[in-house]
Design a binder for this molecule. Sequence first.
Ligand code: ZN
Ligand code: ZN
Length: 404
Amino acid sequence: MLTVNQRSYRAPTQPTVVVCVDGCEPDYLGQAVAGGHMPWLKRALAEGTGLVADCVVPSFTNPNNLSIVTGAPPSVHGICGNYLYDTASGTEVMMNDPKWLRAPSLLAALADAGCSVAVVTAKDKLRALLGHGMKGICFSSEKADQCTEAVNGITGVVALVGKPVPSVYSADLSEFVFAAGVKLMQTRRPDVMYLSTTDYIQHKHAPGTAGANAFYAMMDGYLGELDRLGCVIALTADHGMNAKVGMDGRPDVIYLQDWFDARLGPAAARVILPITDPYVVHHGALGSFATVYLPAGVSAASVIGDLRALRGMEAVLDRAGAAERFELPADRIGDIVCVSERFTVIGTSASRHDLSGLDAPLRSHGGISEQKVPLVVNRPLPGIDRNRRFRNFDAFDLALNHAQ
Ligand code: ZN
Ligand code: ZN
């Protein structure tokens, strides 16, 4: 038994795999199962456990992946976005550096306790955070050809997987994660494995479409192989995904920096979009969550009422209110947190978003409307109260403490 971030876990008696399917709105699974594209999942739901859980808001990749591997909300682990305004240096920075982490991961603790641990992630931006302080294997599909024993705990990944390193904008980037997971399980049989994909497909293809079903059929095949290898599998998602367009098919955007510039003067307030990352082609850096840093002398209370009245805005909270409601680190979320509705996204200034890369109607995430995610375990979970609130960061608890 080991305790990490105030939760206790048993060491696994069977190889245990937690899978985070990026952007997996539960409806993707429902549509794919109904269409006959996921025979493994259909059986896992019948013989195991299928729950719908809440992810962390902001419903973005980094905060939720870190919640899953720490078993805790961002108020504990500190990662509240992909992108942050660093008040100490007065600069806007990516939050990929482990220096932002405030809590140890369960993966590191399991490795310290003697378990063999392997982590495979699609994009390299998550690798350093997920593998921080962890002895074992940790690499990304994106840089699978650059693995070293010192950094990644493994070499020869491309030969092991038998596939070329995929483009960062492709479904193959996620397939490589699953293929690597199966090969690692066949050859090294780690005690614990964490697989994390990318939402390239989900940003483009709605549930039930041919593009989505093909992705989920691919995934189902690999999960079936892991199941046949005797693995306990817990499948969840970092966040859901929704269409974010008006009836004209164009992105429905609240340009929040423009709103503040008109109200308080140019660049007086600073709007931060924590979805921002180097790979913006598929969402134009538009999501349903923003934080705002106000200039000295302007109170949150003086603008919150008018922000709440904006069409398409779902919730506007001051720092303390947002930290409490969404379990966020209060020192990293600015003075105001804004969350837009299901069909609406928040941008900075109209002139700063290049939407020319969008080759399909915008689908994105970040809001409360993308909080529902699947939580599936390929084992029955006796004694679990299905009526309680489940979080995606309960995945390791269910897999290690209830499914073995
Ligand atoms: Zn994601
Ligand atoms: Zn995304």
